[in-house]
Design a protein around this ligand. Structure first.
Ligand code: FAD
Ligand code: PYC
Length: 416
């Protein structure tokens, strides 16, 4: 892979970037592929990368209806952590965390993974009991986690309000020090460039409009750029999972909801960690540009609009000001929404389907950015072997028939 030196950057700048090669090609779709990935978000691109790198399946197309990373990947608030309660979920997210820790080196692309820690605040005795239970469960699974007192929270985050007189007093928190944030666009671009270098065709402006199934076997897709054949199709379209499932005659236990986020005007560095509160219901970090990155819960209604309603924004900012009265005069700069795909147990589906050769990876809801590399890694395994990896076997579709649900609502952090 080509590395750019300071001299070559200077040469490119002086030549108005005339000789600068695009980071990935812009190929015409072929008539058929060994594997098709529908959806060019982080998860789809990661799947293509690991299919090519680890399983030698390189004749792969990623079909994206818009531009890569233009879905939830480019709209999320980038919190990465692995402090889930149940062993099945904890191990899956921890696999992802370990991949994050080497990702910039793997991809030769700086994804700006910053392990600045994530605090989950407790505001009642019951919150603190839940926090202790989760910290203990995490440690039993080999995941770093600790309980921090209110005084410890104040020492680490001087501008937070830990007054015992607050409406929701902070009694303590869980802390995962290896958790943090990353640069969302860079994750999509890094996986795209690395997958392209291994021969994967990334095809943007190519919407899948139908899935062809013959005799119970997936044989290809209809797209806005013509039909494309393949007997191995992975669908990774987040908020549109039910729409794609419907094309193959399947129904998924997924609801699609808007989830919003907003950023403030840039201010000087005041917050060098990530703070989340399930009870007050808001979360906040500060970006490298100085903007406060803020979010809360989903909009309760279902829909496909990439925007939400004003009451949720008002509630979100009330929560943040409750925790940080000092931010009450900071002005908000912009807000946006994505469409998240929510499962009844707040856990994903990474699974084979009743249609042979058709695989779905969805249901990550409000928390799938953190799992981008891990999700791609297990999904590539599932598609390559036609069998789930042991890490994603518990996340198969059949859990909704057997009842083996993995309830992670408590760790999902953003209520849904
Ligand atoms: P996407 O990035 O949405 O990719 C799916 C792609 O499929 C899209 O690009 C879309 O255009 C494409 N597509 C859809 N239909 C078709 C079609 N018919 N044909 C071709 N392509 C199609 N998670 C965290 O872990 N931490 C967070 O802090 C966090 N914050 C969030 C904040 C917000 C506001 C939102 C909206 C989400 C947040 N999430 C967070 C969740 C996270 O963003 C998602 O779970 C994750 O990014 C999903 O990645 P993906 O690649 O599956 O989906
Ligand atoms: O899953 O950690 C998370 C998260 C934070 C904000 C949205 N999702």
């Amino acid at each position: 892979m080509k590395r750019y030196s300071a001299m070559s950057l200077l040469r490119n700048a002086l030549s108005h970037n005339r000789d600068w090669r695009p980071a990935w090609r812009n190929p015409e779709p072929k008539k058929s592929y060994d594997a098709i990935i529908v959806g060019g978000g982080g998860h789809g691109l990661a799947t293509a990368y690991y299919l090519a790198r680890d399983h030698g399946i390189r004749n792969v197309a990623v079909l994206e209806k818009g531009w890569i990373g233009g879905g939830n990947t480019g709209r999320n608030t980038t919190i990465v952590r692995s402090n889930y309660l149940w062993t099945e979920a904890a191990l899956l997210y921890e696999k992802s965390m370990q991949l994050w820790e080497g990702l910039s080196q793997d991809l030769n692309y700086n994804v700006m993974f910053s392990q600045r820690g994530v605090y989950n605040l407790g505001h009642s005795l019951q919150d603190m009991r839940d926090i202790e239970r989760r910290v203990n469960a995490n440690r039993l699974n080999g995941i770093d986690a600790e309980v921090v007192s209110a005084a410890g929270v104040k020492r680490a985050i001087p501008c937070i309000n830990t007054s015992p007189g607050a409406r929701y007093p902070i009694l303590g928190a869980s802390l995962q020090r290896r958790a943090g944030v990353a640069r969302h666009d860079a994750v999509a671009w890094g996986f795209a460039r690395a997958a392209d270098a291994l021969g994967v065709d990334i095809i943007e402006q190519c919407e899948v409009t139908g899935i062809d199934v013959r005799g119970g076997q997936a044989v290809g897709v209809e797209t806005t750029r013509g039909p494309i054949a393949s007997n191995r199709i992975g669908v990774v379209v987040a908020g549109h999972a039910s729409v794609l499932a419907n094309m193959a005659g399947l129904r998924l236990p997924i609801e699609s909801h808007p989830l919003q986020a907003l950023v403030s005007e840039p201010i000087k560095p005041v917050l060098d960690t990530v703070v989340m509160s399930g009870a007050v219901h808001g979360y906040i970090s500060q970006s490298d540009k100085g903007e406060l990155v803020i979010g809360a819960g989903i909009d309760a209604y279902t829909g496909y609009g990439q925007r939400g309603s004003f009451p949720v924004i008002e509630h979100t900012l009330q929560a943040i000001i409750e925790l940080f009265p000092v931010f009450s005069r900071v002005r908000m700069l912009r807000l946006w929404g994505g469409i998240v795909d929510v499962c009844p147990d707040a856990c994903p589906i990474v699974s084979k389907t009743p249609v042979q050769g058709l695989y779905f990876n969805c249901g990550w809801g409000t928390g799938g950015f953190k799992s981008t590399p891990g999700s791609g890694w297990v999904f590539a395994h599932t598609m390559a072997h036609d069998e789930p990896h042991e890490l994603n076997a518990p996340f198969s579709l059949d859990r909704f028939a057997t009842g083996a649900l993995i309830d992670e609502h408590g760790a999902a952090a953003v209520a849904h």
